[in-house]
Write a protein that binds this ligand. Structure first.
Ligand code: 1CP
Length: 343
């Protein structure tokens, strides 16, 4: 594992060419994914099959020879473990039949039992069996804030109106819920580490819903609670942690904190400025706009080159997209991107 370019970068060591993996690398843009997906109506049922998850995690590794693999699962497994009735219906995003709709619901939440997520830990074990020995596996969870937003909204949404209204009317209960989720995320990640993951990424995919002040109060405070729990536990204390904040309304230099090894940059961030500000303290991951992969081969090559030139001397750079790859991307374009990075 010491020879892994990805783990070297997380430890702020340089590589001749940057390691590469990308968010949602196993997913709907791949025909081999669709082939397996069509056997399941509810996506969550597929996530509950550890051997299938392992096979799906390996698909982008086999196709592109990436430098890190990510566990095949979803961030919404934790809300599901609270019995909020999660399902992914045909052609739709996630939907909760039993969302958090009142302050009372938080007082009556079921206790979190990490063992109900055993299928995820088995998926980690199965994936490790299939992966080459020196290829690291990334475990993950949603940030407590992002999980709370889905749990209150009852699914995905453009404006997260219910969540914002809940925040306004029940701030104390929301904070109680965030604390419960932080502890659940800690137990969940701890068990992923015991099962074999080599690094952790926290996805704060709905950070952009919060103002600068609220970002600290409702999101970062709880991600910090989570990472502190991980850093003070001997099982997880040496595992590098990557934080992805989607378009945060606060400058990264103003919130990057010491428990983190790496900051994953959203595509709207200016990687040049941020790399100058963070230099030597944190590894950086990112941040090609996934939409560039819809453009010509020449444009892809030029955009990759731009980022790689900026980050050439940066100790601890990991190439990634600035958010998840979308289903409309041609897998051949991904190959163009990877060849350009390694050139
Ligand atoms: O129908 C299908 O085929 C389901 C599509 C799909 C897939 C492939 C979903 C539903 N989740 C996943 C897998 C997944 N999700 C992975 C592992 C695959 C990989 O990365 O290689 C990971 C890491 C996630 C994480 C995830 N799920 C995030 C954070 C990343 C991000 O994009 O910001 C989020 C927000 C989710 C929620 C989710 N799960 C699925 C969908 C369609 C959504 C978004 C819902 C919405 O808000 O509209």
């Amino acid at each position: 594992m010491n020879s892994s370019k990805f783990l070297k970068a997380l430890n702020l060591q340089s590589n001749t060419t940057p390691p590469v993996w990308f968010m949602r690398q196993a997913g709907r843009y791949l025909p081999e994914y669709q082939e397996i997906r069509k056997n399941y109506t509810n996506f969550l049922d597929m996530c509950k099959q550890p051997e299938t998850c392992a096979e799906l995690a390996l698909q982008p590794i086999d196709r592109y020879g990436l430098d890190a693999s990510i566990l095949f699962s979803d961030i919404l497994t934790i809300p599901d473990a609270f019995n909020l009735g999660l399902a992914f219906h045909e052609g739709e995003g996630p939907k909760f039949s039993n969302p958090i709709s009142s302050a009372e619901d938080i007082n009556h939440l079921d206790a979190f039992d990490v063992n109900t997520l055993d299928y995820v830990f088995k998926a980690v074990e199965e994936t490790k069996k299939l992966l080459p020995k020196d290829l690291p596996l990334i475990g993950f969870c949603g940030s407590p804030w992002t999980l709370a937003a889905y749990s209150i909204e009852g699914g995905g949404s453009k404006d997260f109106y219910k969540t914002k209204s809940f925040m306004k009317h029940h701030p104390a209960e929301l904070q109680k819920f965030l604390e419960i989720l932080s502890n659940a995320c800690y137990e969940y990640l701890r068990q992923q580490v015991l099962s074999g993951v080599n690094a952790i990424q926290i996805f704060d995919s709905w950070a952009d819903l919060l103002s600068e002040t609220d970002l600290e109060i409702y999101s970062l405070q709880y991600s910090k609670m989570l990472t502190q729990l991980l850093k003070t536990d001997p099982v997880t204390s040496n595992i590098p942690i990557i934080l992805f904040e989607k378009a945060p309304n606060k400058k990264i230099i103003d919130f990057a904190y010491e428990d983190l090894s790496c900051i994953s940059l959203h595509w709207q961030e200016d990687i040049l400025t941020i790399s100058n500000e963070l230099s030597g303290r944190f590894a950086i991951q990112g941040n090609l706009n996934p939409k560039v992969l819809l453009e010509t081969d020449q444009s892809i090559y030029e955009e990759v080159k731009k980022i790689c030139t900026i980050m050439k001397e940066y100790p601890g750079y990991i190439f990634n997209l600035g958010h998840g790859i979308t289903p409309d991307i041609d897998p051949e374009k991904v190959k163009i991107m990877i060849d350009a990075i390694r050139e």
